[in-house]
Design a protein around this ligand. Structure first.
Ligand SMILES: C[S@@+](CC[C@H](N)C(=O)[O-])C[C@H]1O[C@@H](n2cnc3c(N)ncnc32)[C@H](O)[C@@H]1O
Length: 297
C-alpha cells in the first residue's frame, strides 16, 4: 500500500502543478487550508489515547466529546477517530470538526482525498498512517483519490464555523477535548485571541485545550492571558512531532511557521513548547501533569 500511495502521489503532483499554474487568486489561503495530513503528529495521538483520555474518563462516565476546530479538510478529526480504534479506547467518543472554509467542509464530508494527504508533509512517499488503518478505513476511488470508508466518516460531524464569532462557536455545545492546532499562526493576533476566548467558553471544567503548532511567544502570551495551565505530556516529542519535514527541507524550523528548536533550558519552556493546556478549574484533576515550579499559581 505504501508503494501504491507513492505511485499515486507522483501522478497527482503533476496534475496539481498544472492546476496551480491556472490559479489566479487565493493560492496562499488554499495552501494554508490544505496544509494538513492524516496522522500528522503520531506522538501526540499516542499521548492522548494512552495517557490523557484514560485519565479524563475516570472523571466523566458519559461519552467524551472532542471539538476539532480549524479542522481544514478533516484529516485531523478522521485521524482522531481512527486513533480511538487503533488504541482500542474502550468508550465511544463524539467528534465535531469545524472549519471556516465551506469548500474544505464539503471535502471533509465527502471524505475523498488526494494521496498527498496521506504523506508526511514534505515527503514524497512516506506515510505516517499505520498500514493497518489504511487497509481498514480507506479504499481506492477514481481519479487517483482515496476514499475514507463511510462507517468511519459517518461518526464525525463536519460543520462550518468562524471561531472568531462567539455565537457560531457556542452552538456546538461543550467539549472535553478542544483542538485548535496549526491555526493560530495563520490568523491575525486579535482574531486568534477571540477564537481562543470563544473556545474556552465551550470547555467543561476538566477539559483540555490543544493549541500546538504555533510560535512559542504567541502561545505563551495566549496561555498566560487566559490562565491556561500547560501540561507535561511528552511535550518535547510532540513539539518535535510537528517538524517531520526537517529531514527533507533541512534545518528545523524551515518549514513549520514560527516554531523554534525545542530548548528545555528556556525559562518559559513549560508554556512555549506545550501542546495541551488545562483550565484553572481543572488544576487539581490534572495536577499529576502540571509542573508546579514553572506554572503560575
Ligand atoms: C493549517 S490548517 C490546520 C488544519 C488542522 N488543524 C491541522 O492541524 O492539520 C488551518 C485552518 O484554520 C482555518 N481557519 C482560519 N481562520 C479560522 C477561523 N476564524 N475559524 C475557523 N477556522 C479558521 C483555515 O481555513 C485552515 O483550514
Amino acid at each position: 500500500m505504501l508503494h501504491k500511495l507513492s505511485q499515486l502521489f507522483q501522478k497527482s503532483t503533476k496534475t496539481r502543478h498544472r492546476h496551480h499554474l491556472n490559479e489566479k487568486s487565493s493560492q496562499f489561503t488554499q495552501q494554508v487550508i490544505t496544509s494538513t495530513c492524516f496522522w500528522r503528529n503520531p506522538p501526540q495521538l499516542q499521548t492522548i489515547f494512552e495517557q490523557l483520555l484514560p485519565k479524563l474518563q475516570t472523571a466523566k462516565p458519559q461519552t467524551l466529546r472532542l471539538g476539532v476546530h480549524a479542522g481544514s479538510i478533516g484529516c485531523e478529526a478522521i485521524s482522531l477517530q481512527m486513533a480511538s480504534n487503533y488504541y482500542q479506547f474502550p468508550r465511544p467518543i463524539e467528534i465535531v470538526s469545524t472549519e471556516i472554509d465551506s469548500k474544505a467542509v464539503q471535502k471533509a464530508r465527502r471524505g475523498k482525498f488526494e494521496p498527498q494527504h496521506f504523506l508526511e508533509p514534505g515527503s514524497a512517499d512516506h506515510t505516517l498512517l499505520p498500514p493497518e488503518l489504511i487497509e481498514q478505513f480507506t479504499k481506492r476511488a477514481c481519479f487517483n483519490k482515496i476514499q475514507i470508508k463511510q462507517n468511519l466518516l459517518k461518526q464525525i460531524k463536519f460543520e462550518q464555523c468562524d471561531l472568531a464569532s462567539r455565537s457560531a462557536t457556542l452552538q456546538f455545545g461543550q467539549f472535553d477535548l478542544i483542538f485548535f492546532q496549526n491555526a493560530i499562526v495563520h490568523i491575525n493576533p486579535d482574531a486568534a485571541q477571540q477564537c481562543v476566548a470563544n473556545l474556552i467558553e465551550t470547555a467543561n471544567p476538566n477539559s483540555l485545550i490543544f493549541l500546538g503548532g504555533t510560535a512559542g511567544d504567541q502561545l505563551s502570551r495566549l496561555a498566560h492571558q487566559f490562565n491556561l495551565l500547560p501540561l507535561n505530556a511528552n511535550n518535547e516529542m510532540v513539539y518535535n512531532g510537528w517538524s517531520w519535514r526537517q529531514s527533507i527541507w533541512g534545518q528545523f524550523p524551515s518549514s513549520h511557521l514560527g516554531m523554534e528548536p525545542f530548548d528545555a533550558q528556556h525559562a518559559d519552556a513549560q508554556y512555549r513548547y506545550a501542546h495541551v493546556f488545562a483550565l484553572e478549574t481543572g488544576r487539581d484533576f490534572w495536577q499529576p501533569f502540571i509542573d508546579n515550579e514553572s506554572v503560575a499559581q
